[in-house]
Design a binder for this molecule. Structure first.
Ligand SMILES: [Zn+2]
Length: 463
């Protein structure tokens, strides 16, 4: 029997598009099936699957973020008929994330077709959505819940075990074992790794022995600032705005960040560190995620209760009409809406309505990429473009740091060092090419283990 072979197909030299293939004795297992989200890579989402989708025995998902599960509907549409194993919470989150992605793609395709028809240009390929609602439903039907710590059989001679990864609700690291006798190898896929002491989800687990590790390096070249007290920072930003009767707008990612924010706000209100005021959660997706927190206590940290995400004054906004009605209301109040970088979603109409008033506050709690509206506002632009017109920015701007779903450089190294035995090799994924390379060198120096940055499509023999 041959030794198992690992090939990283995506997130190799890139930050998104997580997809790793493990082959053994003509059986194939895919770990994650993520979407490329970097603009210059998006066209690759339309590439034909190699190996063909129909040749895979099973898929494993580490968690429900789009760059880990977002290509699954296409894989199923292209002929994958096996099971998709994921923790029960991921089986609840991935359908929400995939459905949202399908909706955005369908809207985007329609918009491009319309614009090209108007300009008299011929429709070219690439303006069909990558997948639609039906494709998402077909993918959801393949999901099979896995229990943390229990063995899952994937194909003859291949099995997997899931462990908590502490990144988002349901997130897991997965140990995949393939082969028999001297050719038996266990590869541990870190998935995205979170930080310890997150109030919502369990710490990344202490793991089992393995021969090889495939580790993410999103923050492999950075250290988080010493953990500031997020509650105090939120209080310092929100209290003065509330006092002057302002509206606090929080552009927020729907998956996890919005719930984390509610957890902190709940504590501040209960401790009377903030005066009572309405908090509008104006994000259908964040509300669905709230429900997943309620129905999946097995995936939350010890001591967490879904009641921690609820407090008097919290309003779940239903429908676009209700969202627009918030514009009629006076402060003080807090409005949490997507998208997290202000590139789309309901936050845009709230910003258009509130940016001009100096009593209001735009409060950032997440990363703002270059070129996004969020980054422009955060950098202090006095005028920004919104809905085709210029808007004056008179509102106050603040940022609360300290929220992060990703382990930093030293936390990633610490996770490797806590393995019961040193692995024989480490493969670094999920980072820009330079970050992955420098983190691989660091692993090599500190752990004295051969480490390499994955190169897309190049098979790696398992030692
Ligand atoms: Zn993630």
């Amino acid at each position: 029997m041959p030794t198992p072979v690992l090939t990283c197909l995506g997130a190799a030299g890139t930050v998104t598009g997580s997809r790793h293939l493990l082959e053994y004795n003509q059986h194939r297992v895919l770990i994650d099936c993520g979407l490329f989200q970097e603009r210059h890579l998006q066209a690759h989402n339309f590439d034909a699957f190699n190996p063909p989708a129909s040749s895979l025995d099973a898929v494993l998902l580490t968690h429900g973020h789009l760059d880990h599960c977002g290509l699954l509907p296409r894989l199923v549409a292209q002929g994958f008929t096996g099971r998709v194993h994921a923790t029960s919470a991921t089986c609840a989150i991935a359908p929400i994330v995939m459905a949202d992605s399908a909706r955005l793609q369908m809207e985007d395709a329609k918009f491009k077709q319309k614009r090209h028809a108007k300009e008299g240009r011929e429709a070219t390929h690439g303006y069909a959505p990558l997948y639609d609602d039906e494709d998402v439903q077909a993918a959801v039907a393949r999901l099979a819940p896995a229990v943390i710590g229990q063995r899952v059989s994937l194909a003859p001679g291949i099995e997997a075990v899931f462990f908590h990864a502490g990144h988002i609700l349901g997130s897991a690291s997965i140990a995949v074992t393939a082969g028999t006798g001297a050719d038996r190898r266990t590869v541990l896929f870190s998935g995205d790794l979170g930080r310890r002491h997150n109030p919502l989800v369990p710490d990344p687990a202490i793991l089992q022995d393995c021969d090889a590790v495939v580790i993410e390096s999103t923050y492999g070249d950075r250290l988080h600032e010493p953990t500031a007290d997020i509650g105090s920072a939120l209080e310092a930003a929100i209290a003065p705005a509330a006092k002057r009767g302002g509206v606090v707008l929080v552009p927020c990612f729907a998956v996890e960040r919005a719930q984390e924010l509610l957890w902190h706000l709940g504590r501040l209100f209960r401790a009377k560190r903030l005066p009572p005021m309405p908090v509008h959660l104006d994000s259908p997706m964040a509300q669905r995620l709230l429900e997943v927190f309620r129905t999946h206590p097995e995936a939350t940290s010890l001591g967490f209760s879904a009641a921690d995400l609820d407090f008097p004054g919290l309003h779940l906004t239903h429908g676009q009409e209700e969202s627009k009605q918030i514009n009629e209301r006076n402060g003080p109040m807090i409005v949490i809406a997507g998208s997290g970088m202000c590139t789309g979603g309901r936050i845009k109409h709230h910003l258009a309505h509130r940016l001009g008033d100096a009593r209001n506050l735009v409060l950032f709690v997440g990363y703002q990429a270059d070129g996004t509206l969020g980054r422009q506002i955060l950098e202090g632009r006095k005028r920004v473009r919104l809905f085709g017109g210029e808007r004056e920015v008179n509102a106050q701007i603040a940022q609360v740091r300290g929220f992060s779903g990703h382990a930093d450089r030293d936390e990633l190294l610490g996770w490797l060092e806590r393995l019961p035995h040193r692995p024989r090799q480490v493969v670094v994924v999920h980072g820009g090419a330079t970050v992955s390379g420098s983190f691989a060198r660091l692993v090599n120096e500190r752990l004295h283990v051969p480490a390499q940055a994955a190169v897309a499509g190049v098979p790696i023999a398992l030692m």
